[in-house]
Design a protein around this ligand. Structure first.
Ligand SMILES: [Zn+2]
Ligand SMILES: [Zn+2]
Length: 160
């Protein structure tokens, strides 16, 4: 269960609470994510802005690159500069991609799907049966990868 859980930046000035379960939890293994995280991948917990309650200060937007080439507004704490969520230009502002590692309790953050596995570090093992894509998924994969409810919420969040 993610609903009701809180998280935030390193210094604690930007804080959030999930008001609902995520649309989906994605693990991105692209090199841009690896570089931005300084680690093996980024965990993105997708949620509608209405379902993300802001408890602290407003984060500030940094423009970063993405594997799609369309870029993202990466929302960071104005003080400690830790990245808390992103708005991807490819998906629009109807869905926030909250950084999974920023939850107070990260133990419940488990990806439903993995993308850009072509650049996945070889020692990262994806559990059997979990959806994975060498690059990005296409529209026809969303229902399978997000589940019926997640796919419906994602469609609404995208404005379609
Ligand atoms: Zn901070
Ligand atoms: Zn990525």
């Amino acid at each position: 269960m993610i609903a009701g859980r809180e998280g935030g930046c390193d210094c604690g000035k930007v804080r959030y609470r999930f008001k609902a379960e995520p649309i989906v939890v994605k693990c991105c293994h692209c090199h841009a994510c690896q570089r931005q995280a300084g680690s093996a991948f980024i965990l993105n917990v997708l949620i509608e802005p209405d379902n993300l309650e802001l408890l602290g200060e407003e984060p500030e937007a940094w423009i970063l690159e993405t594997a799609s080439g369309k870029g993202q507004q990466n929302m960071r704490c104005p003080h400690c500069k830790v990245s808390v969520w992103s708005v991807y230009n490819m998906a629009g502002d109807g869905v926030y991609f909250v950084r999974g590692g920023t939850f107070d309790d990260t133990s419940k953050v488990e990806p439903n799907l993995h993308i850009f596995t072509e650049s996945k570090l070889p020692w990262v093992e994806i559990p059997e049966g979990v959806e994975q894509f060498p690059q990005f998924y296409s529209g026809k994969d969303i229902k399978r990868a997000f589940g019926e409810e997640g796919a419906a919420r994602f469609r609404v969040a995208l404005g379609g």
